[in-house]
Design a protein around this ligand. Structure first.
Ligand code: IMP
Ligand code: MG
Length: 171
């Protein structure tokens, strides 16, 4: 296991992402973050604490990977958001954009709820793996095609609790 991004590096990037997001919306408008479970919850937790009091949040759960480092290409909705999105500024908060299939699916279903605006924030992006051209307005770090774990990201449901992001050595 090799550390790719340590905790202070991640923290610094999130603080600047939060500032960028805040400056992109009119100062009096609420911003509603929709965190994607489970992988996005650590990023979500740190991002909201770097933002101002106008933030509200909700969670949605999907499954795309089944105990494997390869995408099945199939996205399933496991848990929908609790609150209505109509007329709100919505930002999807996800751990990583890989093939882009998960986010394309999420953007499609959330856009259908008529939000005032819909954007996406991802801590990580692996552009070399993209199968669909998905729009992600806020990206923390662009990384190479390596399977990573920690800071919310798992391998077979483990390692989500690592405070840093590490490269999983292929076995
Ligand atoms: P996509 O649909 O291929 O873009 O995959 C997105 C989802 O796959 C993410 O939400 C992650 O849960 C998972 N994923 C993709 N790459 C990695 C990785 O390197 N480590 C852990 N999970 C990953
Ligand atoms: Mg995920």
């Amino acid at each position: 296991m090799t550390v790719l991004l340590d905790a202070p590096q991640i923290h610094e990037r999130i603080v600047s992402l939060a500032a960028e997001i805040e400056s992109d919306y009119p100062p009096d408008d609420e911003i509603h973050l929709v965190g994607v479970l489970k992988g996005g919850f650590v990023f979500m937790a740190d991002l909201i604490r770097a933002m101002s009091a106008r933030v509200t949040l909700d969670f949605i759960a999907v499954s795309s990977y089944q105990q494997s480092t390869r995408s099945s290409g199939e996205v399933r909705l496991l848990k929908d958001v609790d609150a209505r999105l109509e007329g709100r500024h919505v930002i999807i908060v996800e751990d990583i954009v890989d093939t882009g299939l998960t986010l394309t699916y999420l953007q499609d279903i959330l856009r259908a709820r008529a939000p005032k605006s819909l954007r996406t924030a991802c801590l990580l992006s692996k552009p070399s793996r993209r199968l669909v051209d998905v729009k992600v307005e806020y990206i923390g770090f662009t990384i190479e095609d390596k399977f990573v774990i920690g800071y919310g990201l798992d391998f077979a449901e483990k390692f989500r609790n690592l405070p840093h992001i590490a490269v999983m050595d292929e076995t």
